[in-house]
Write a protein that binds this ligand. Structure first.
Ligand SMILES: NC(=O)c1ccc[n+]([C@@H]2O[C@H](COP(=O)([O-])OP(=O)(O)OC[C@H]3O[C@@H](n4cnc5c(N)ncnc54)[C@H](OP(=O)(O)O)[C@@H]3O)[C@@H](O)[C@H]2O)c1
Length: 358
């Protein structure tokens, strides 16, 4: 891991130098042949980014409609299109599969892929609840197959720099992680953000980012205090969470699907703070400010889609090395985040179809 080096300015005063990013060029990662399941908004972005910024290629696509699969394949120059997951798996020739359906369908779509022994990258939220997540990860373990939640923020260069800053102790003892993620979605009961049968609600789609960020910095979250409001469809419209991290420090997080909030994250310690801006989960800027007045920034600008190249490259490197998971978004981390979301939803009374008897 890089160490921070202290330099001096023209007046001889010490300046602050941040560690260099250790993240490798995504274009240099091994190229895999991917299958994409569910060619919606993010499936489109994943495919375009893979083709533009990595050596990976999407070789197959599955939609519930042969027509939509065919149109997506034509748009991206994909060799094969299918209207059933089983047909894509039977055709073979894939190194990995990316699942980009609404959350409620992640579990059912990922299972046959893992059963076929094919590595899988599953969009966030990994599943509807921790029970489904554990079942998929147990299956991955039994089959000896790679699986990872596509929490793309964790693979960005500024996150690598932040993890090094935290490990160096530069910020002192961590007191608080504050993060918010709100976006404005017009009320539409059929939209996946509002529909319980598609895993709707702010928490699983938007709140998962602040929560996963806090878990990365503080460890497992306990001692939860939750407040929120529900939509007319019975999913969470707003959720605020106070928690304590296993490694010390508190989390103060919020999420809503009714308003665009600043989308900032700040880690505050006894010796200074680290601020991720430009939407904290996307390419942007990390600024570290110490109590003694020194400050330094690391910028990694770009369009949100550019950021996805890092998770594609991380998957390709781990899969090629025969590893089952990535330490940057481990199975433990996914289960920890999913368990916290279960607890938050229990407080709010958000229950998805099929969970009633659980
Ligand atoms: N990483 C990121 O930045 C990011 C951003 C946005 C979303 N996401 C995640 O990606 C996933 C999909 O989000 P999205 O915005 O891409 O959604 P979307 O545009 O609605 O696309 C989802 C696709 O899933 C397919 N699908 C399969 N079963 C479905 C069902 N029962 N009902 C509706 N659609 C179904 C549909 O394609 P066919 O009908 O053609 O099969 C649909 O186009 C979510 O888990 C979300 O959290 C990630």
């Amino acid at each position: 891991m890089n160490q921070t080096a202290e330099t001096r300015d023209a007046a001889g005063e010490p300046t602050l130098t941040l560690p260099a990013s250790t993240v490798l060029d995504p274009a240099a990662a091994p190229g895999l042949r991917w299958g994409v399941i569910s060619p919606g908004h993010i499936g489109d972005q994943f495919t375009a980014t893979a083709h533009r910024a990595t050596a990976s290629r999407v070789a197959s696509v599955v939609s519930r409609s042969a027509e939509r699969a065919g149109a997506f394949a034509a748009r991206h120059g994909i060799e094969r299109s299918f209207d059933a997951v089983e047909d894509m798996l039977a055709a073979g020739g894939l190194d990995a599969v990316y699942i980009a359906s609404p959350h409620a369908q992640h579990h059912a779509l990922a299972r046959p892929v893992l059963e076929a022994g094919v590595p899988v990258l599953v969009e966030k939220a990994f599943t509807l609840n921790s029970g489904q997540a554990r079942e998929l990860l147990d299956l991955a373990q039994r089959r000896g197959v790679f699986a990872m939640e596509a929490m793309w923020a964790r693979f960005l260069p500024q996150y690598d720099v932040l993890r090094q800053v935290l490990a160096s102790g530069m910020l002192g003892e961590i007191v608080e992680v504050a993060a918010d993620h709100g976006q404005s979605f017009p009320e539409d009961p059929a939209h996946r953000m509002y529909a319980p049968e598609l895993g709707g609600g702010a928490l699983l789609d938007l709140g998962v980012y602040p929560l996963s960020f806090a878990q990365m910095v503080l460890g497992d979250l306990t001692d939860l205090a939750v407040r929120g409001d529900l939509t007319s469809t019975g999913v969470d419209a707003y959720v605020a969470l106070l928690a304590r991290g296993a490694d010390g420090g508190r989390a103060r997080l919020s999420s809503t699907l009714n308003a665009r909030t600043p989308t900032q994250a700040v880690v505050s310690g006894t010796a200074g703070s680290a601020h991720l801006s430009g939407a904290f989960f996307a390419p942007g800027t990390l600024t570290v400010t110490l109590l003694d007045g020194r400050s330094a920034s690391f910028s990694h600008p770009g369009a949100p889609g550019d950021g996805m190249a890092y998770e594609i490259a991380e998957s390709a490197r781990r899969i090629t090395a025969g590893e089952l998971e990535s330490p940057l978004m481990s199975w433990y981390d996914t289960l920890s985040v999913m368990s916290t979301m279960d607890a938050v939803r229990a407080e709010l009374g958000v229950v998805y179809p099929g969970e009633e008897s659980a």
